[in-house]
Design a protein. Structure first.
Length: 270
C-alpha cells in the first residue's frame, strides 16, 4: 500500500491556511461554492442512525454537523493536520465521531466491506492523480458500502478545468478539454505565505461517468448547479481566493459561475 506522500505533505502544510481562508462552519453540507445544500436536495436521504463516511473530510465541519444530528459519522482524510483540527472542533461541540487518517485509494484496507450506509465526498476526489486512480477510488467506495448504499460526490466540473478566465475581456477561454496529461500545480495561500504542491490531471465528463459505471454503481442523478444568492453563507469559497476578495480571476467568483459551471454533483446507488 503506497500512500500519496506528496498530497499528505502538502495538505499538512496548508491545512491551517486553508481553514483560516475559507472559515468553514459547522453547518449543513453545501455541495459547491454558492451551491445547493443537502437540506434542499436531500441526496443522502435519511441520516439519523445511519453509518456515514465523509471522504476527504478536511476539518470535519460537515461530519460534525451530521453527528450532532444523529448520524454515526466517520471522518476520513489523508491530512493529519486537518483531522487534528476536526478533533478540536468535535471536542468543542461535544460530539463523538470516528477519525481515520488514510489514502482514499485504499479505503477497503481501513474498513470492512459492506460497512457504510452512505458515503459522500465534497470537493476531494479531484485530488486523485489521474483517471485510473479515480477509478480505483470508486471501486474502493463501492466495496465499503452496503447493498443499496448511497454515494454522492461533488468535484470540479470538467468544463471549468478545460480553460481559464480572461478577465480583461470578461471571457472564458477554452483551452484543451481532452488534455489528460499529469502535471504539477500549486495550491497557494499568499496571505499566509504557504503553498502546497500537488500532482494531478483532468478528465472528461464521459471519463467520470464511465468510471462510475465500471465500478458497478447505478447512476441516479447529475446536477450542474447554478449559483444561488443567500442571506447567509457557511464558508468563504468563491468570496476569497489566492487573488483576494471577490476577484474575477477566481473561477468560483459568483458572476463567473453564472456562465461556466464550477461543479458537478453526482448521486449513485450500489
Amino acid at each position: 500500500m503506497k500512500e500519496d506522500k506528496l498530497s499528505l505533505k502538502s495538505w499538512d502544510m496548508i491545512a491551517n491556511a486553508y481553514q483560516k481562508r475559507y472559515q468553514i462552519t459547522i453547518s449543513p453540507i453545501v455541495y459547491s461554492p454558492f451551491g445547493p445544500m443537502e437540506t434542499e436536495l436531500n441526496l443522502l436521504g435519511k441520516k439519523k442512525n445511519k453509518k456515514i463516511i465523509d471522504i476527504g473530510a478536511g476539518g470535519c465541519q460537515k461530519a460534525i454537523y451530521l453527528s450532532k444530528h444523529g448520524a454515526k459519522m466517520t471522518a476520513f482524510d489523508i491530512s493529519r493536520k486537518q483531522l487534528e483540527y476536526g478533533k478540536m472542533l468535535a471536542s468543542e461541540n461535544h460530539v463523538s465521531l470516528k477519525f481515520v487518517r488514510g489514502d482514499f485509494q485504499f479505503l477497503s484496507s481501513y474498513f470492512p466491506r459492506n460497512h457504510f450506509d452512505i458515503a459522500y465526498s465534497i470537493f476531494a476526489l479531484q485530488y486523485a492523480k489521474n483517471i485510473n486512480v479515480l477509478k480505483k477510488v470508486f471501486s474502493e467506495i463501492y466495496k465499503i458500502l452496503k447493498p443499496n448504499g448511497i454515494f454522492v460526490l461533488s468535484l470540479d466540473h470538467p468544463l471549468r478545468n478545460s480553460g481559464f478566465w480572461d478577465t480583461k475581456n470578461d471571457k472564458f477561454i477554452f483551452d484543451n478539454y481532452f488534455d489528460k496529461s499529469e502535471h504539477s500545480y500549486d495550491y497557494a495561500f499568499p496571505e499566509s505565505k504557504v503553498s502546497g504542491k500537488f500532482r494531478g490531471s483532468y478528465w472528461t465528463i464521459s471519463d467520470l461517468i464511465n468510471s462510475l459505471i465500471a465500478s458497478k454503481f447505478k447512476l441516479e442523478k447529475i446536477i450542474e448547479p447554478i449559483p444561488i444568492k443567500r442571506k447567509e453563507y457557511f464558508d468563504k469559497f468563491g468570496l476569497i481566493s489566492r487573488y483576494g476578495v471577490n476577484n474575477k480571476k477566481d473561477p468560483f467568483n459568483f458572476k463567473n459561475l453564472t456562465r461556466i459551471p464550477g461543479t458537478i454533483i453526482i448521486k449513485m446507488i450500489k
